[in-house]
Write a protein that binds this ligand. Sequence first.
Ligand code: SAM
Length: 194
Amino acid sequence: MDLYASMFSSQLETRPFARNMIGTFAELVRGTGNLRVADVGCGPGHLTAMLHDLGLDAFGLDLSPAMVDHARRAHPVLRFDEARMEALPVEDAALGGVLAHYSMIHTPPGELPALLAEQVRVLAPGGLLLVSLFGTEGPEPVRFDHKVTPAYSWPADRFAELLAGAGLVTFARLLHDPATERGFLDTHLLARRP
Ligand SMILES: C[S@@+](CC[C@H](N)C(=O)[O-])C[C@H]1O[C@@H](n2cnc3c(N)ncnc32)[C@H](O)[C@@H]1O
């Protein structure tokens, strides 16, 4: 699992588009006045640390005990807990933001409405959700094998519809040419709870 963790901790923080979307997300969250932010599916915790460095009260959650252990050892001053995104250990309307960076890619499409509703539950009014995922230009999500488990790539419009169905307003989208050899567009959707 350390190998899996190291794959993520070295690559994503150096990708300029992702880094800039996270910077924009952090700035907007700071503007809400509620600095508490969850990095859901945080993996090795490097983006939780980035959010902390951007002035947020960030904590990480991941279903994988090995990832949580890795994150705690790499970032001992930050809080990481083992939890599923489907059942967040967070009170209603408590957070200024939720970051889901390539952590919803494994969720089967039929389970996403409930998963997104859970993220909305913990967001305060005005709170922000940044979802990053693999994009596709076709009309439907595409299932593919991703490293250790199946994943899905999404048309940005379809995912934005799911966000709308959960009660969020998607107000910024960034699609850019693939950072992966598979050729999927990298897609970042920034949404707000009204
Ligand atoms: C592709 S990694 C991304 C990790 C990190 N967000 C990053 O960008 O480097 C996906 C992570 O999401 C976690 N994950 C997937 N489904 C989850 C769920 N339902 N609840 C909590 N964590 C989940 C996995 O354990 C894994 O650590």
